[in-house]
Design a protein around this ligand. Structure first.
Ligand code: BTN
Length: 317
């Protein structure tokens, strides 16, 4: 079966039997062999009026989008390349919580399905300390949210995740030291359908919590509990400067609280590099707080910063 998507370029040849996740709002799961970008396709469907809960999964993307304008690439059939369409009736200050709900659900899915518990590197990367690399952290997954706005609220948010599942042992040299896949950690292949189902079951719970004012604190606590960034010495690369300091917490909107000398600087957007003990002294590097950038009307709710240094299968476009 082949069907078309308004504005999208997916050849809709279903390649997996998963069609819906019972007991969740994810009642329309489309799993296709190949498309350009699942985020781009779902944004087109969102604009065409498709309801919340539509999910698009691809075995392969030819124009995968990463954060900060980067390209996201993965070998065909090797990954979870998934986007969900949400229509949350919340203010824009909850953009970070939406991406975090997906990241946390992916962490839980990795643990229950593969026995691997990744950490959450701010803002939304899943990372694992790899024993074979002397405990160096490598990127397992990344999350990208793109939105359609209605004034100061969301008309739609598409949250996409790329999760490395069954990758070849020999990674391309440009990412070999940066990325890792679940099969590298388990020693055998991991079932992608089970991961997708577990992720969507977890997302249903966390998304419901996010929509209810009294559920949001639990989400923040969970983010803090799995954070690989909280308490760490880091270098933060922003569009206009770099900061080196210690992460002392998160703002309610998800921004980083960075202690630089005796000041606490709030960092809404930036690329974080975790410093290994002794790798760099913590101190000022042109500290200055920047205002929270407003999301574009059809853009990423966070991270308009165009610079590129994060690990994983990102490449500058
Ligand atoms: C990052 O740069 O870390 C975020 C990467 C997000 C990639 C996923 S793959 C599925 C979805 N579709 C896209 O085009 N991008 C996201």
């Amino acid at each position: 079966m082949v069907s078309s998507v308004p504005g999208g370029d997916a050849s809709f040849t279903p390649s997996g039997p998963l069609r819906a996740v019972p007991g969740t709002r994810f009642a329309d799961v489309r799993w296709v062999a190949e498309t350009g970008s699942t985020n781009a396709d779902l944004l087109a469907l969102a604009t065409a009026g498709r309801p919340e809960g539509t999910v698009l999964v691809a075995d392969h993307q030819t124009a995968g989008r990463g954060r900060l304008g980067r390209v996201w690439t993965a070998p065909p059939g090797s990954s979870i390349l998934l986007s969900v369409l949400l229509r949350p009736d919340v203010g824009l200050e909850h953009a970070h919580a939406l991406t975090t709900a997906v990241a946390l659900s992916a962490i839980e899915a990795c643990e229950t399905v593969a026995g691997v518990r990744p950490g959450l590197k701010w803002p939304n990367d899943l990372v694992v300390a790899v024993p074979a690399a002397d405990g160096a952290e490598r990127k397992l997954a990344g999350v990208l949210a793109e939105s359609v706005l209605a004034g100061r609220r969301f008309a739609a948010v598409v949250v996409g995740i790329g999760l490395n599942v069954n990758w070849p042992d020999d990674l391309p040299p440009e990412i070999g030291d940066l990325a890792v896949a679940l099969n590298h950690l388990t020693g055998g292949p991991v079932d992608r359908q089970k991961l997708v189902t577990a992720l969507l079951v977890g997302l249903e719970r966390r998304y419901a919590a996010l929509l209810a004012t009294d559920g949001r604190m639990a989400l923040r606590r969970e983010e803090e509990a799995v954070s690989a960034t909280l308490g760490r010495d880091v270098r933060v690369v922003r569009s206009h400067d770099e900061l080196v300091g210690t992460v002392v917490g998160f703002e309610p909107d998800g921004a980083l609280r960075l202690e630089v000398d005796t000041d606490v600087v709030v960092v809404p957007v930036g690329d974080v590099i975790h410093l290994r003990p002794g790798s760099s002294s913590v101190g000022a590097a042109s500290p200055s707080a920047s205002p929270m950038p407003l999301p574009a009307s059809r853009g990423q709710p966070e991270d308009p910063d165009p610079r590129s240094i994060s690990a994983g299968q990102n490449h500058d476009a």
